[in-house]
Write a protein that binds this ligand. Sequence first.
Ligand code: ADP
Ligand code: ASP
Ligand code: MG
Length: 410
Amino acid sequence: MGVVVQKYGGTSVGSVERIQNVAERIQKTLNEGHQCVVVVSAMGKQTDELISLAKQISPHPPAREMDMLLTTGEQITIALLTMALQAKGIKARSFTGWQAGVNTNSIHGKASVTHVESVRLQQSLSNGEVAVVAGFQGVSIDGEITTLGRGGSDTTAVTLAAALQADYCEINTDVSGVFTADPRVVAQATKMDEISFEEMLELARLGAGVLHPRSVECALMHRVPLVVRSSFVDEPGTWLKEASQMEQTLSARGVAHDSDVARVKILGLPNQPESLPHVFSLLADEHINVDMIVQSEHDQDLIDVAFSLEESDGENAKRLLKSLQSKLAIKKVLYEDELAKVSVVGVGMMTRPGVAAKMFTTLSQAGIRIKMVSTSEIKISCLIDRAQTKEAVQLLHTAFELDAKQPASV
Ligand code: ADP
Ligand code: ASP
Ligand code: MG
């Protein structure tokens, strides 16, 4: 049998007992005859705690030093898990991201994996060891330590699985698979046995935190068999599949929400061809992702533009736009936070009309104001007030007939 890459998230390695439980699961996998590469996250909420420490020192800590700080979390887990395996008589060796050959671009805090040099991991496997790798981190071409963005350990696992041509990659987490909505928000969410890569990619990009979006992209691109399952109970989990292998009977497969959303409105921007490129290039140069965009013509000379972005990028965006305001003679820049995006996703909606109508009706009947809308062939997203997120997700889940008969056991 070949290589299996297993990833264990923060909750799954949140204490010494849980690390020992993970060591037992690895032992079981070895006993089945597999070679094992294991990717781990920082213990419990340690990444959040490190961020909070940094913020006590500086409200906007430099991205390079943040990466230096945050990567220590995963480094603790690799050492402890390797000790736990060795204590059971299992040969094991820990690797930081750079030791494992995870090469990235140079964008601190949001780096992408460019390639994996897997020689050391292959040597370790040939020596009969379990290779235990720190997730979420890599090294840039200038030898700088980088991180892949929150939740990025999933992506480490899939890129290693692709590089090692693993039989499959297993994402072990604190829920029993991928559900039709976050089971902590919708008690009636249904666990799916399988989901298409395309639908999972949309759900992940739209806020379903169970998988890091780039991990799904990478699995799709390199054809890595991928499964999400619980690290606490022995259940089959959810397999990602090609859409063509699945029967499409539903207009909606799932509901996702993202609570880290803000909106910027630029009022009275000169109606000239260079205005929009100027604004959006400035944001792109600072690696600020802009999501929904609406433009309307004010009169012949002026336009208004509104766009949504991650609230965590809000301060930076405000600062950049202020610097541009007098230069471009912009009349007003307005900023609104405490927003959220709710989305309905399903490849079945390509062939079924009425999905937008149902979504808008459901939200408006509950008095939930829609501030912006965006669509693609397989999703519709609405921007709403953050305080109404839970209600909106629950109502949409029911309206699109996704409710399970029994409350979800996560
Ligand atoms: P880990 O630390 O293991 O990486 P995460 O917290 O990143 O775990 O991801 C698991 C969490 O994702 C679950 O606890 C759940 O609340 C959340 N989640 C959001 N959307 C979904 C979904 N559609 N299906 C399953 N879990 C989801
Ligand atoms: N520890 C990192 C985070 O909390 C990476 C991960 O868990 O995947 O975001
Ligand atoms: Mg995660």
